[in-house]
Design a protein around this ligand. Structure first.
Ligand SMILES: Nc1ncnc2c1ncn2[C@@H]1O[C@H](COP(=O)(O)OP(=O)(O)OP(=O)(O)O)[C@@H](O)[C@H]1O
Ligand SMILES: [Mg+2]
Length: 367
């Protein structure tokens, strides 16, 4: 670990990151930065590689190539791709939540948040029975852990249910509890994988409030994977858009929502149809930017990613580890839809819009 005191440096620098599973390039030469104290969103269609990026950052996967540098508040730097997952949590102070909720459903809310502080408590106990019985530093540490847990339960608007089993909470509240649990580790970087998935509008608003509170009052930076544009566009400072494991856009919410490549990816249309669609939806500002040729380096020729769904749907698996073997030609929904549309030509842009993956609105559609 270097200790270059440079706290103006981005908290996270992902540099030429690649992750391959057999023949499948889940992430291809991806570079981006997340600034300290900001909310950076990572968005893109299903199978774009977002969770794989998180898995590389948090040490679940060892990247095939590239560098992931985290710079702490004190200027300490960590090359995450060289560290084990438990070191990334304990030393680099990266916390995460998962795409599928992972709580101890039989434990109370308070207990879930105390378990997250297990490392601190065990260190305070001196790993001795006397320590656990309350002699020495353990008693203070235990009180502090409970105070911290109650603080985050309050912030997450869950303090009234502190003694209820976590499994009894409604879905949106479970999502907030996961975030509260991650915050109990006092992270420098909080990585959230689709925290708004399955939330109703009121729960999404409560999530936005919690994330803004974390951003404004803790100094923790947030990396957010999210499909819900009402969350992404409202709270992100910076958005990175992935498609087929590659970056197709990077900028402010305003810049990204007007980027023709992002619109194309989200609408799920052929490249040559983009202009026609945008004329029909009346977005002249975007049309003016469409004088650039599509870049063949970004995914297959047809940018119908939202038709394709998860690439996992189209690959063969040879063993229980799920190692990639081959892509079945024409197995994807995109290919099928292409064949069908040959048979019956889509009559209007409106019908093309319905080709986009359900639950994945056009960026900026809601604010
Ligand atoms: N362990 C693995 N073995 C083989 N392929 C994998 C593995 N993990 C991810 N992949 C593949 O990498 C690609 C990217 O997957 P990833 O889960 O990162 O996408 P995502 O952007 O998070 O998608 P979603 O929005 O659906 O969650 C997919 O094709 C997926 O099947
Ligand atoms: Mg994912």
């Amino acid at each position: 670990m270097n200790a270059t005191p440079s706290v103006t440096a981005p908290i996270l620098k992902v540099d030429h990151l690649s992750m391959k599973f057999g023949g499948l390039v889940a992430i291809g030469d991806l570079s981006f930065e997340a600034k300290r104290g900001e909310i950076t969103a990572l968005i893109g269609p299903n199978g774009a590689g977002k969770t794989t990026v998180f898995n590389c950052i948090t040490g679940f996967y060892k990247p095939s190539e590239g560098m992931i540098m985290l710079t702490g508040r004190d200027g300490g730097q960590f090359l995450l791709e060289r560290m084990a997952d438990y070191q990334i949590t304990a030393r680099a102070k990266v916390a995460r939540t998962f795409q599928n909720i992972r709580l101890f459903s039989g434990m109370t809310l308070l207990e879930n948040l105390l378990v997250a502080q297990h490392n601190t408590l065990m260190t305070a106990s001196g790993f001795t029975v006397l320590g656990l019985l309350g002699i020495g530093k353990y008693r203070n540490a235990s009180r502090e852990a409970t105070d911290l847990a109650r603080y985050w339960l309050d912030k997450a608007n869950l303090i009234d249910r502190a003694d209820d089993p976590a499994g009894d909470l409604p879905y949106g509240a479970q999502r907030r509890l996961e975030i509260a649990r991650a915050m109990c580790t006092k992270p420098e970087l909080l990585c959230l994988d689709e925290p708004a998935a399955g939330l109703n509008p009121r729960e999404s608003q409560a999530l936005n409030d919690l994330l803004n509170d974390i951003k404004d009052n803790t100094g923790t930076s947030i990396l957010l994977i999210e499909h819900d544009m009402s969350v992404v566009m409202q709270i992100s400072d910076h958005i990175v858009v992935l498609e087929y494991g590659q970056k197709i856009s990077d900028g402010t919410p305003e810049q990204v929502r007007q980027d023709p490549r992002v619109i194309a990816a989200y609408l799920g249309v052929e490249d040559e149809e983009i202009e026609e669609v945008l004329v029909e939806v009346g977005d002249e500002h975007v049309i003016q930017q469409l004088d650039v040729e599509p870049d063949p380096a970004h995914g297959p020729g047809a940018s119908s990613s939202y038709l394709a769904g998860s690439v996992a749907d189209t690959i063969g698996h040879s063993d229980r580890e799920g190692e990639f073997v081959k892509v079945s030609p024409g197995a994807s929904r995109a290919a099928r839809a292409g064949r069908e549309s040959e048979a019956k030509k889509a009559p209007s842009a409106a019908s093309k819009k319905t080709k986009s993956r359900s639950g994945s609105p056009k960026p900026g559609g809601k604010k």
